[in-house]
Design a protein around this ligand. Structure first.
Ligand SMILES: [Zn+2]
Length: 346
């Protein structure tokens, strides 16, 4: 039996992704007690995926031992989602889930209360409570997660901002380019199409195809030869070696991110904006251009920019990289039952 916290309480978080299902139990001090990672059997339909999730939750609980209290189960799922029912609306990474009611299906299988949340909101919650938000205390923040897509989560006055029916905070779909790249949401020129890991790789591929980026082209060819995948991380390596074309791809992503942030800062006037997801490992490569664009486009940022290396000061606007890493969504999902029980208590 694994050790549990002194109160003997735990919650289970689930990160439902298009490729992987991750399930973990956490104690009330956010220490991870047990963890299961499974492939998401998307092709077998939502009932099969729910069955896999529920079996894994039971296994995790069994392995944690019987002498503790389960506070609840939280799930982070890809949007757009109607909340609190967790009804999917044509999620691009979960084909076949359109209209499926996740909360009902999970609760009738598990016979316990389940809270469904948009994955980007769950990540924002984790970052607020145990990441960047811990060092910069405040009641509100916004997080952009730059991964395969771009998710956004907004916490306003200690509550996740859901909007009217759970679809609020879709910051990845702020339009930044008129008639730009077509987006999975049906729009064009969305922030996601210029700042996600997918978008960064696409921009690198385009530069290589146009003949402007011989080193990128060489690296892509090497990856194809070894049947590997060319990633944003590969590109970051090249940029840090000084390759100008690779540096330009990150600078462009930084510019668009600065545009998106300028809109968020001007509208929301929050103390903290956190940038997370895999792309954040390239912070040194995109952040200078991001801040430059932000200063140029947001007069609110210009009025509230903190001095370099200034200690946290109320009234200033902070834009920082995330610190919780790839577990943010999973941890945030596990925090949901506490937030539901007492919005001011976690
Ligand atoms: Zn979009």
């Amino acid at each position: 039996m694994r050790p549990v916290d002194k109160q003997g309480r735990l919650t289970v978080g689930v990160d439902l992704g298009g490729t992987n299902l991750r399930i973990a139990a956490f104690d009330s001090e956010w220490k991870r007690l047990d963890y299961i990672n499974l492939p998401t059997r998307v092709g077998d339909g939502p009932e099969a995926v729910v069955g896999d999730m529920c079996d894994a939750i039971r296994r995790v609980l069994e392995r944690c031992g019987a002498n503790q209290e389960l506070i609840g189960v939280g799930i982070g799922a890809p949007g757009p989602l109607e909340l609190p029912s967790g009804r999917f609306h044509r999620p691009p990474n979960l084909p076949g889930f359109d209209g499926f009611l996740l909360k009902d299906a999970m609760e009738s299988n598990l016979q316990t209360a389940v809270i469904v949340e948009c994955d980007a909101n769950a990540a924002a919650l984790a970052e607020w409570k145990s990441g960047a938000g811990k060092e910069m205390p405040g009641d509100s923040m916004c997080m952009l997660t730059l991964g395969t897509g771009v998710g956004a989560g907004i916490i306003l006055e200690r509550k996740i901002w859901h909007g009217m029916n759970g679809m609020g905070g879709e910051g990845g779909h702020i339009p930044v380019v008129e008639d730009g790249f077509a987006c999975g949401c049906g729009g064009r020129g969305c922030l996601e199409q210029y700042t996600s890991a997918t978008a960064i790789c696409r921009a690198a591929n385009r530069a290589a195809a146009l003949g402007n980026a011989p080193h990128i082209a060489e690296l892509i060819a090497r990856r194809i030869e070894s049947q590997g995948e060319f990633t944003a991380r590969d590109l970051a390596g090249l940029a840090r070696e000084g390759d100008e074309a690779a540096r330009q791809v990150f600078a462009d992503a930084g510019k668009y991110l600065g545009m998106g942030l300028a809109m968020l800062v001007n509208v929301l006037n929050l103390p903290l904006y956190v940038i997370g997801g895999g792309v954040v490992s390239g912070w040194d490569l995109f952040a200078p251009r991001m801040f430059e664009e932000l200063r140029r486009l947001s007069y609110i940022y210009a009025l509230t920019e903190p001095a370099a290396n200034q200690a946290f000061t109320p009234g200033k606007t902070y834009i920082v990289p995330a610190v919780t890493g790839p577990d943010a969504g999973l941890l945030g999902a596990a925090m949901l039952p506490y937030l539901e029980a007492d919005p001011t208590g976690i």
